[in-house]
Design a binder for this molecule. Structure first.
Ligand SMILES: NC(=O)c1ccc[n+]([C@@H]2O[C@H](COP(=O)([O-])OP(=O)(O)OC[C@H]3O[C@@H](n4cnc5c(N)ncnc54)[C@H](OP(=O)(O)O)[C@@H]3O)[C@@H](O)[C@H]2O)c1
Length: 337
């Protein structure tokens, strides 16, 4: 076994887009588990947009990471040594293990993963937090009905790819918005979206979206906010529902963006807008994971992963994900399963 634990810490609070120099790679001695603890070797690390918020010291729902602290993050890995009664060496577990190759844990918040069910990386994607976010943010917040038009932004990312496919399973007409022609082709040809639009290439985005939604929009799953959301709101139907999942277009702005003030549209359309946090549904995770796993086994849910290699690649992969370089779920592989 290794004697060194490589970790990524926060070196500086980013101004605007994070830079590689905002992170620091450090070498620490491999920790040993005390009584009641276990040592986990991480196999895959998840990179998620919420981490950008944790790098900032602005007040939010989660505490900021301190300068010099290991970056927080979900990971899936193998227990290599255990002094905790509920964990055995060889168990595969998923939890907040951080941007590091090894983690000592007391087991709180860890989920045991059935490595025979699906590749273990899916515990961070389609069968993990992003899949659960899609499931509850669409089904619980929006209650989609057959024949309704659903628009999802950030459609080719970890959450968006699942939202669109669940909406199709519910019999909806699904329109995805994403940032490259390759992503659009994948949504249409492999994931079964009915229409998709590259917001970076469309000269008249509002007009193109209107063409793709001839019957208006009943449901909007918002991963991005900003000008894409402004365009969607103008096309809402009466009694539309908006699930505000994320606002990634705003996360790296140095000054808040001032956009059209469209709340009046919600009156006219009698629309419902609801923000949500996936953590609010924790009590219902088992039920949702069972449904997602069944769809996956039946081939009704497809997924894609973008996997960077080695802990040293995590900062650049994270910045790339914020810029849209990922297609599907962004992961970093830290060791062999
Ligand atoms: N509410 C919750 O509990 C919860 C839980 C998980 C995630 N979220 C939110 O859900 C959203 C998606 O998360 P994810 O993990 O699935 O990430 P992701 O979609 O896999 O990756 C982020 C994507 O955002 C897109 N993006 C970046 N800047 C953008 C911009 N200015 N305008 C439009 N799109 C932009 C990029 O795709 P393009 O190439 O398409 O630009 C990029 O690939 C995020 O906003 C995240 O904060 C919320």
């Amino acid at each position: 076994m290794a004697t060194v634990n490589r970790q990524i810490t926060l070196a500086a609070r980013p101004v605007g887009f994070p830079k590689v120099s905002d992170f620091h790679l450090i070498y620490s001695p491999l920790p040993s588990p005390a009584a009641g603890e276990a040592l986990v070797r991480s196999v895959y690390l998840s990179l998620d947009p919420y981490m950008r918020g944790r790098m900032s010291d602005a007040k939010s729902y989660a505490r900021p990471v301190a300068i010099g602290e290991v970056m927080p993050g979900g990971a899936v890995g193998c227990v290599v040594e255990s002094r905790a009664p509920e964990l055995l060496a060889g168990d595969t577990v998923e939890g907040m293990l951080g941007w590091q190759e090894y983690a000592v844990t007391q087991g709180h918040g860890l989920r045991k993963i059935d490595a025979g069910l699906a590749p273990i990386s899916t515990a961070l994607g389609v069968l993990g937090m992003p899949g659960l976010t899609a499931f509850f943010g669409l089904l619980d917040v929006c209650d989609p009905q057959p024949g309704e038009t659903v628009v999802v932004s950030g459609a080719a990312g970890a959450v968006g790819m699942v939202v669109g496919q669940i909406a199709k399973l519910r019999g909806c007409r699904v329109v995805g918005v994403a940032g490259s022609d390759a992503k659009i082709a994948w949504l249409l040809e492999e994931l079964g979206f009915d229409a998709a639009l590259n917001y970076k290439a469309a000269e008249d985005f509002d007009g193109k979206l209107r063409e793709l939604c001839p019957d208006g929009i009943d449901i909007y799953f918002d991963n991005v906010g900003g000008v894409i959301t402004d365009a969607v709101v103008r096309l809402l139907n009466a009694r539309a529902r908006i699930s505000v999942c994320g606002q990634i277009s705003q996360y790296n702005l140095e000054k808040p963006e001032v956009g059209p003030r469209w709340l009046g549209q919600l009156i006219v359309k009698q629309a419902k807008v609801q923000g949500f946090l996936v953590s609010g549904y924790a009590a219902r995770f088992p039920e949702a994971l069972e449904r997602l796993a069944t769809w996956l086994k039946q081939g009704k849910l497809k997924y894609r992963e973008d996997v960077a290699q080695g802990i040293e690649a995590a900062p650049q992969a994270f910045i790339g994900m914020l810029q849209g370089k990922n297609q599907g779920k962004q992961l970093v592989q830290l060791s062999e399963p």
